[in-house]
Design a protein around this ligand. Structure first.
Ligand code: GLU
Length: 487
């Protein structure tokens, strides 16, 4: 009978949530949902030195923001709650003790100095890996007890038998083999009494009945150690699936140095959570057709581990921008209006009072051109203020001996225009171009620059209609005053 599928997202609260962590959480979530399984959130907080204040809240907030719901874990109750490893120390100690009793693990009392000396010696001899020399394995039972009673600092180590081949199957990369000679007698319980990642992780995965371990490739080197632990306990192996590395465009590992890797940074830059999720879903998963925009329901429906490839996944920010723009275009005007009002509150226009109608009109004409909501007032700043400065290179490019005449003519006609409509504005353009015998573009270019300060953007007549007659005229005047004597 097929076991109920249970997966986990097991972050360590050591700082911000990395894009790679979010990808792991997402793939686990999609896999669980696709298979009617359960997703467990387990906080792996046994490393006292790396713990960061507020990191757990950040993890939970991030999952909430993107809509990844977990079935069991912190604040969710459940049979195995709470899922903070630091609250389960007893369990790890019992398990380590079990391995000691079975002679699969042993106490080690060696000092830091001795361990360092061994390491240095092995490095000097150019050994392929540096390993503990198993000295404490030969202590008698009496010696061990004496040391323990005397409170000599110690760790518990797994006794790794050399000369064996450790084998396991990875769902994504097939059979993996490694010689046990390359594996150190890993520490299971540290001298501070806390378990290592390896012990706590394996014990919890087993106790929490996790069927599939889906995690980043950087954990692949730990897996043989975990396999040894499963064997030492006599437990059946779960299915392992290691997700491909995330790479920059130049194929280097995605890292802080080359750009933002914290999910929070993407949030504050104005990416929509569903766009980010859509983008991240494609980092390593191939939907097998050309489709690129997926709702979360579609992702759940289509996601399989078979579709995950093993070659590194390139993090292409331009693609993310394109996806974000697509998501914005799919939004209703009023949704964008709410978002725009929210962002305006934190902008330099926060004290201005704009009508819904005005903002809606901006949204309608700018929607095809934005990547972020704030582009509405950043790219479209000319709807919110008059151009501060003109780029002199642009002015020089468009200016010719007819410019002053054309602009003066246009604004004079505008002044007396009876009804301020697009048709009338178009008529006016036509008339001026016929009378002065010039192309319409010769009017539009200086007009656009004078009114908006840029040569890009939506149709200039739409812009003029929106900002109104008076502002258009005063911007043309200002532009002429500034430059008519320069040329
Ligand atoms: N605590 C590890 C992390 O921070 C979990 C790795 C795993 O999934 O086993 O990613």
């Amino acid at each position: 009978m097929q076991k109920d599928i249970r997966v986990r997202y097991a972050p360590s609260p050591t700082g911000f949530v990395h894009i790679g962590n979010l990808r792991t959480a997402l793939f686990n979530y999609l896999f669980a949902k696709h298979n009617n399984g359960k997703l467990v959130l387990r906080i792996e907080d046994t490393d006292q030195l790396r713990k960061v204040e507020g990191a757990v809240e950040n993890i939970i907030r991030t999952l909430q923001w993107v809509g990844i719901e977990y079935d069991e874990g912190p604040y969710k109750g459940g049979d195995y709650a709470p899922y903070f490893q630091s609250e389960r120390l007893e369990i790890y100690h019992e398990h380590a003790k079990y391995l000691i009793d079975k002679k699969k693990a042993y106490y080690c009392f060696c000092t830091e100095e001795r361990l360092n000396a061994i390491k240095q010696e092995q490095q000097k001899q150019k050994q392929p890996v540096t390993k503990y020399d198993k000295k404490c394995l030969s202590l008698t039972e009496d010696e061990v007890q004496k040391n323990l009673q005397a409170g000599v600092p110690h760790v518990i180590r797994l006794n790794v038998i050399p000369g064996m081949t450790i084998k396991f199957n990875d769902f994504i990369r097939g059979e993996v083999q490694i010689l046990s000679d390359l594996i150190d007698d890993q520490v299971l319980i540290k001298s501070d009494g806390y378990p290592t990642y390896h012990l706590a992780n394996v014990v919890d995965d087993y106790l929490m009945k996790i069927t599939h371990i889906i995690r980043g490739e950087e954990w692949l080197p730990s897996t043989p150690k975990h396999v040894l632990l499963y064997e030492a306990f006599g437990w059946e192996l779960p299915i392992f699936a290691h997700l491909p590395l995330l790479l920059n465009k130049d194929r280097s590992k995605l890292s802080k140095r080359q750009g933002d890797v914290a999910v929070e940074d993407y949030k504050s830059k104005g990416y929509l959570p569903d766009a980010l999720i859509n983008f991240i879903a494609l980092l390593g998963w191939n939907p097998k057709d050309e489709q690129e925009i997926f709702s979360i329901t579609e992702l759940i429906d289509k996601f399989t581990l078979e579709g995950v490839h093993k070659s590194g996944a390139i993090f292409d920010i331009e693609k993310l921008n394109w996806i974000n723009a697509e998501y914005l275009r799919k939004k209703q005007g009023f949704e964008l209006l709410i978002m725009l009002r929210e962002e305006l509150k934190n902008s330099k226009y926060s004290n201005e009072d704009y009508s819904d109608e005005y903002l809606m009109n901006i949204i309608t004409i700018m929607k095809p051109r934005i990547t972020f909501v704030r582009d509405l007032y950043e790219k479209g700043y000319y709807f919110f203020e008059e151009p501060q400065d003109y780029d002199f290179n642009l002015v020089e490019k468009i200016w010719n001996p007819t410019t002053t005449g054309i602009l003066t003519r246009f604004k004079d006609e505008l002044k007396i225009m009876q009804s301020f409509t697009k048709e009338n504005l178009e008529e006016e353009l036509k008339r001026i171009s016929a009378e002065l015998n010039i192309k319409k573009s010769q009017i539009i270019q200086p007009l656009r620059l004078a009114v908006t300060g840029t040569t890009e953007g939506p149709g200039i007549l739409e812009i003029i209609l929106l900002i109104g007659k008076e502002k258009t005229i005063s911007r043309i005047n200002r532009f002429l005053e500034k430059y008519q004597n320069n040329f």
